[in-house]
Design a protein around this ligand. Structure first.
Ligand SMILES: [Zn+2]
Length: 334
């Protein structure tokens, strides 16, 4: 448990701190502005101002319902890998690739030696942090996932590409810490897809986090958890942010067999459904979690990024999470 580390970093959190995975839906005016910008109907300054406005609206909302650790909502990002690939020299934007159903995404190509372009997320983090006293997580996509979601035409193998990316994500972590960021999330959603490459992801994250004075979280999407657990606990982070509710908390059996030894951000609402889970259901999920996990180690959030939900659905899900957490906290204090 890493409450001592957070205390040392000057971060005070209540029991069952509430947070979000990272992305929120863009309000309709911003979606329109992004498409207007592509058609060059508005300037990049116009778009930037609207991204700022949407970021502030999401920060205000998180504060208004009493969330503890905030995110900027990623109003300025399209895809979590493309955002970085577009900035990092050595990548070619690549082409559209079908992921599932009718969803397409750009799969970038590593064409030459990757170089750190200078701060990629720091200005956004700094601006957001000036708008609130609550801590805001620094949000980076992990080296293993950037590698996995790209084509590699330069490095000899997947490990080498991951480690090269890790070096530059490490530089970005240093910049975030230098700017005052204390909680940094390095998303590795791809880790649960290829259990045989867990070692690569681990070595890469080691490069990113080693000797860096911050509290590290990694988000891993739902996948073959049963194949990477408990080995995944060796990933060098303090907190695992996991998608647990869309599989009916089936991971809890594994936690019963092998205790979870780190902090966990426990996903309590499914992000793939329009259905709004009510406070009672979320409360039950938290209570289930606390049967297997020490309460001091548990943070609470949605399963994954909320960007595919509507603004209204996301707000309702987050509000219900907050209400459920407050109810459980009150019971724990009785
Ligand atoms: Zn996820």
């Amino acid at each position: 448990m890493s409450r001592e580390l957070l205390n040392r970093l000057g971060i005070e959190i209540p029991l069952l701190p509430t947070t979000s995975v990272g992305s929120f839906p863009k309000p309709p005016y911003l979606t329109k502005a992004r498409s207007d910008r592509k058609k060059e109907l508005i300037s990049s300054d116009d778009l930037y101002n609207l991204e700022q406005q949407a970021t502030k609206e999401w920060l205000d909302f998180q504060e208004s319902i009493g969330m503890d650790i905030l995110v900027d909502g990623e109003m300025y990002r399209g895809d979590m890998v493309a955002y970085f690939a577009e900035i990092i020299p050595g990548f070619d934007p690549g082409g559209l690739v079908r992921s599932y159903g009718n969803r397409y995404y750009y799969k970038p190509i590593i064409k030459s030696k990757l170089k750190y372009p200078g701060p990629m997320t720091v200005e956004w983090w700094k601006r957001a942090q000036t708008l609130t006293k609550k801590p805001i997580k620094g949000m980076l996509t992990g080296p293993y996932t950037i590698m996995d979601w790209s084509f590699n035409e330069y490095y000899p193998d997947r490990a080498a590409a991951s480690y090269a990316l890790a070096e530059l994500i490490r530089d970005e972590v240093s910049e975030l810490i230098g700017a005052g960021c204390k909680i940094i999330q390095v998303d590795e959603p791809a880790v649960s897809v290829r259990p045989e490459e867990l070692e690569i992801a681990k070595n890469a994250l080691q490069i990113v986090t080693e000797g860096q004075n911050a509290y590290f979280i990694t988000h891993i999407c739902y996948g073959a958890f049963e194949k990477i657990y408990p080995a995944m606990l060796d990933l060098p982070v303090h907190n695992f942010d996991l998608e647990l509710s869309n599989s009916d908390l089936d991971m809890l059996e594994h936690f019963a067999r092998h205790p979870f030894t780190k902090d966990i951000t426990f996903g309590v609402v499914d992000v793939h459904t329009h259905k709004i889970e009510d406070v009672e259901l979320i409360k039950t999920r938290i209570e289930q979690a606390l049967k297997y996990l020490p309460k001091e180690a548990v943070w609470i959030d949605p399963d994954c990024g909320l960007k595919t939900r509507t603004v209204e659905e996301s707000k309702q899900k987050l509000s219900n999470i907050q209400a459920a957490v407050e109810a459980v906290r009150a019971e724990l204090q009785e």
